[in-house]
Design a protein around this ligand. Structure first.
Ligand code: 4AD
Ligand code: MG
Length: 485
């Protein structure tokens, strides 16, 4: 075990705690390792701000000219990686409670003049091009520590509510959302089409024979683990999955990725109202957890040049807020009314039956409700095949949670638990019945009312950090024409 101490341990404790700790820390010899954020140099004394990633703050290292190789050490620039052995001292200066008086500094990794992070401020767009280095910046340190907190809080929330963590497959033979935006998984050699096994019969001409492919059928990367989660919940009660999902949609927007992470709870015996309540409580729990555990990160994100100055205030008021609920039909009335009477000038004119566009979501969450809103009971024609049909024959028991700034953060529904209705819908939507035989079986044997939803992790991170582009809340974003790193 290394005796290295995390900067977090030193900074998060007060002087008093450090004085009274065993082993006593103040004035004791400490080893820290990290990266130089800045260096202020004078003839006799230099000050290094050292960050080891464990926390938002850097620790000040005071270097006297008596130290071995002072000249070399005091000429380091931003980005150097060093190991510091020294005495932990109460700081005389402002802005920090403790600092380290260096006794020995070893350079672990130097930096050449081309190091792109030397400039004080760099745009998020620029940092996207050097995503391999951006974890060393304050902004990305903050974002990824908050992202971690959200993941941890997710497991805690569901565990504390009696949910079991399950793992649906990543490779699948069925299309959950039926939107046909899937990435193919194959071992056939597409690089050399002459090697592809072909079917050429009287009825089928020039078709690739996927029975010769690795799995003996067509397979894709999953767009959602929901269908498998449904199987699991109809045995275990309440389950949740948390995994990567893949969508080959060509939407070049600040809210879409082609590889993102989704948290999908699925509950037997829950109806749509129970599910909407769970969704709101879950989001509020995440917000509360981040407020309680990431204050320094949130403060930093607020103070960024284009940061959301009301971030913490907004999160605090959301923590105990009511999430308004409204049916799609009523939401449409609000939008149509806004278009007619309140001067809202939507590019896409709202009408019953249309999918909610970003501008509509923004109007509802930012102008009309000024907060999150849960929209329920969408027209069946704009939703997936598995949603429970309402008696009106037109709508389904769907819900989307919309929030200001981000739009849709959760999509969910009560599932159709009636065998005949589900089968009819599969036929209506021209899906292959044979692909869903096991899913239909669930409705043949001990079917139960059940519901669930999916929260897009990156959308949640955007919402809670106030970062406005989804590409800045995942380490290595994947989207159309971009799979760098
Ligand atoms: O609304 P979606 O498509 O719902 C489902 O996939 C359901 N099967 C979930 C369920 O009921 N178990 O996606 C759920 C959420 C969205 O609300 C959004 O937050 C996120 O996943 N999402 C995306 N995030 C980033 N990039 C994309 N391309 C996304 N597509 C959906
Ligand atoms: Mg959706």
């Amino acid at each position: 075990m290394s005796e290295r101490v995390l900067v977090k341990t030193l900074i998060s404790k007060s002087r008093e705690e450090l004085k009274n700790s065993t082993p006593q820390m103040i004035d004791s010899s400490i080893l820290v390792k990290g990266w130089v954020r800045s260096l202020r140099k004078s003839k006799k004394l230099s000050f290094i701000m050292l960050n080891d990633g464990s926390t938002q703050q850097s620790i000040q290292v005071v270097v006297e000219d008596s130290i071995h190789q002072y000249d070399q050490i005091s000429s380091m620039i931003t980005g150097f990686c060093i190991s510091v052995r020294g005495l932990l001292k109460e700081s005389q200066g402002q802005g920090q409670s403790v600092e380290i008086l260096a006794k020995e500094i070893t350079i672990l990794g130097g930096v050449t003049a081309e190091y792109p992070l030397q400039k004080k401020s760099t745009s998020l767009e620029f940092l996207r091009e050097i995503a391999h280095l951006r974890p060393r910046t304050n902004t990305f340190g903050a974002v990824f520590r908050v992202r971690h907190a959200i993941c941890f809080a997710t497991h805690k929330f569901f565990n504390d509510h009696g949910f079991f963590y399950i793992h649906p497959p990543i490779t699948t033979g069925s299309d959950c959302e039926g939107a046909g935006q899937m990435f193919r998984v194959t071992t056939l050699n597409v690089a050399d089409p002459t090697t592809l096994p072909m079917i050429n019969t009287d009825t089928d001409k020039n078709k690739v024979d996927f029975s010769k492919d690795f799995y003996g059928k067509e397979t894709h990367l999953t767009v959602s683990g929901q269908l498998e989660a449904e199987c699991m919940c109809l045995g275990l009660g309440s389950v949740y999955s948390f995994g990567p999902t893949f969508r080959a949609e060509n939407s070049n927007t600040p809210r879409h990725l082609s590889e993102f992470w989704m948290i999908e709870p699925e509950m037997a015996f829950y109806d749509l109202d129970d599910t909407a309540t769970l969704a709101a409580n879950y989001i509020k729990y995440l917000i509360g957890y981040v407020l309680d555990n990431c204050d320094n990160e949130l403060k930093f994100l607020e103070e960024r040049e284009d940061g959301d100055k009301e971030l913490r205030e907004r999160l605090k008021s959301l923590r105990y807020a009511d999430f308004k609920r409204i049916t799609y039909t009523d939401a449409m009335k609000i939008l149509e009314d806004a278009q007619k009477n309140s001067g809202a000038d939507f590019e896409f004119k709202p009408f019953w039956g249309c999918d909610l566009q970003t501008e509509h979501e923004r109007y509802l969450t930012e102008k009309h409700f000024a907060g999150p809103v849960i929209v329920t009971d969408y027209p069946k024609d704009i939703k997936a095949f598995y949603m429970k049909q309402n008696d009106d024959g037109k709508t389904v028991r769907a819900m989307d949670v919309l929030v200001p700034g981000v739009g849709e953060i959760i999509g969910g529904s009560q599932r159709e638990d009636d065998y005949n209705k589900l089968l009819a819908r599969i036929h209506d939507m021209k899906l292959e019945e044979k692909d869903y035989w096991w899913y239909l079986d669930l409705r043949k044997f001990g079917s139960a009312p059940h519901s669930g939803f999916g929260l897009g992790l990156e959308r949640a991170v955007m919402y809670i950090t106030g970062i406005s582009n989804i590409r800045d809340v995942i380490p290595f974003p994947r989207y159309s024409k971009n799979a760098e790193f």
